[in-house]
Design a protein around this ligand. Structure first.
Ligand code: LLP
Length: 419
């Protein structure tokens, strides 16, 4: 669903002109569409209706309280990866009994916090972690539900940094060792073996790797189901890819569903999904303003007020993001779109046909709803951007722009030097 489009030569987010938002809230500014978020959730839910999945929104993709709340309001759960994300759920009013907690390095404090909040289950990445969860549950006086993360060793055909389903990665347990590990974990005090988990990677554009991974974990699921009545869930992770440029076909939810639903039905466990990017990626823009246009003998540079501290994906993964003019123009010019940070790696686009722009023009960087703000930083002591959530004809500020004071919060002033 494309929620950003042109009317009367102006870029709109739903029914709100993007220019108006930039003038009111300043730039750089994240602009999100609630309509897109909800539509993506419903599309996926409908595609998977036969197995009636619990869709746990992957909070690391966009952890703003209002975004979490949007998903909570339409029935989603959450996939979290830290105590901080659990805190965000509680602040946003998402029921923690619909939360699953992943990650290879959970601390005892995080585990105890999650047990006290009675989350649905932990996805467990090692046998040592199962022991730690058992110890924590004992000290809290509760039982913790766990789902072992199995590494099915399939190639998801995506960027190396976001590929998690190969056995060379730090994620999950080798499938060969999983049955014995589950049996040992199930015997630990204060532990309930609740299911199996897998997540093979992110931005996956074909359904086949998901189907291949499922085929590999299916026998284990069947076996565990016959051994333990407590095994109720199969969490198949997230990873559904989206389109980052025209010409790139997204993973069609209907094709995804037809690849996984038959096996899921055969396995017969309750299905959990953990999409992040699919739900929010194309529902966000990063709006910025051209500060300078600079030519040298080799290149033209459009220097904007957003940098790699605001959106690191191009620098980190060489990711492509479309760049849209806020006032429509068909004229393009070849240039680099770069930020103000003191690094050559600070770019959004390199040597690309970009909307012809002058100093002061507004540009919108597309597909910035996932892993945009959440990966932003204060590098170069830059203030992190503001964010607004648009719904129909209305827009609401959901994150204030930072001020200088935010930069030094928590830092202690050095003692005055003695003369
Ligand atoms: N579940 C687990 C256990 C995960 O590790 C992740 C993402 C997800 C679900 C959600 O994946 P998604 O549906 O969004 O693909 N920063 C990178 C992406 C890192 C993904 C990390 N794990 C990027 O900007 O592309």
């Amino acid at each position: 669903m494309n929620i950003f489009g042109y009317k009367h030569g102006e870029l709109y987010a739903e029914r709100v002109p993007v220019r108006r938002l930039a003038e009111r809230y300043g730039t750089p500014l994240y602009v999100y569409s609630r309509g897109h978020f909800e539509a993506q959730y419903h599309t996926l839910h409908r595609a998977m209706a036969e197995v009636d999945p619990l869709i746990c929104f992957s909070v690391k993709s966009n952890s703003n309280l209002s975004v979490i709340r949007t998903f909570a309001d339409i029935g989603a759960g959450a996939d979290i990866v830290s105590g901080g994300e659990l805190y965000r759920l509680l602040q946003a009013g998402l029921d923690p009994s619909k939360a699953v907690f992943a990650g290879v390095g959970k601390t005892s404090e995080e585990i105890e916090f999650a047990i006290r909040e009675n989350i649905l289950f932990f996805t467990v990445e090692s046998e040592a972690e199962a022991v730690r969860i058992s110890d924590s549950a004992r000290s809290v006086g509760a039982t913790a539900r766990i789902a072992f993360r199995v590494n099915p060793d399939v190639n998801p055909d995506t960027h190396l940094y976001v590929s998690t389903g190969r056995k060379e990665t730090k994620f999950g347990l080798d499938i060969e060792r999983s049955l014995a590990a589950c049996e040992r974990a199930a015997a630990l005090p204060n532990i309930e073996l609740a299911g199996i988990h897998m997540h093979i990677g992110s931005q996956i554009l074909a359904p086949e790797p998901f189907a291949a991974a499922l085929e590999r974990v299916a026998p284990l699921c069947m076996r565990l189901r016959s051994l333990y009545s407590s095994v109720r869930y199969l969490d198949i992770g997230g990873g559904l890819g989206i389109s980052y440029h025209s010409g790139q076909a997204p993973l069609d939810p209907a094709r995804y569903a037809s690849a996984v639903v038959p096996v899921l039905k055969e396995i017969g466990l309750s299905v959990v999904l953990e999409p992040g990017r699919f739900l929010v990626g194309n529902g966000g823009l990063l709006v910025c303003r051209v500060q300078y246009v600079k030519d040298n003998a080799f290149r033209k540079f459009l220097i904007i007020d957003a940098g790699m501290n605001d959106l690191i994906r191009p620098s980190l993964y060489e990711a492509h993001h479309d760049v849209l003019p806020v006032r429509h123009t068909d004229r393009t010019c070849r240039a680099d779109l770069v930020g103000p940070i003191c690094e050559t790696g600070d770019f959004i686009a390199l040597d690309r046909e970009l909307p012809c722009s002058e100093q002061g023009d507004l540009l919108a960087i597309a597909s910035a709803g996932a892993y945009g703000f959440t990966m932003s930083s204060n590098y170069n002591s830059r203030l992190r951007a503001a964010a607004v959530l648009v719904h129909g004809g209305r827009a609401r500020l959901i994150r204030k722009r930072e001020v200088f004071k935010d930069l030094v919060r928590g830092e202690l002033r050095p003692p005055r030097a003695r003369q």
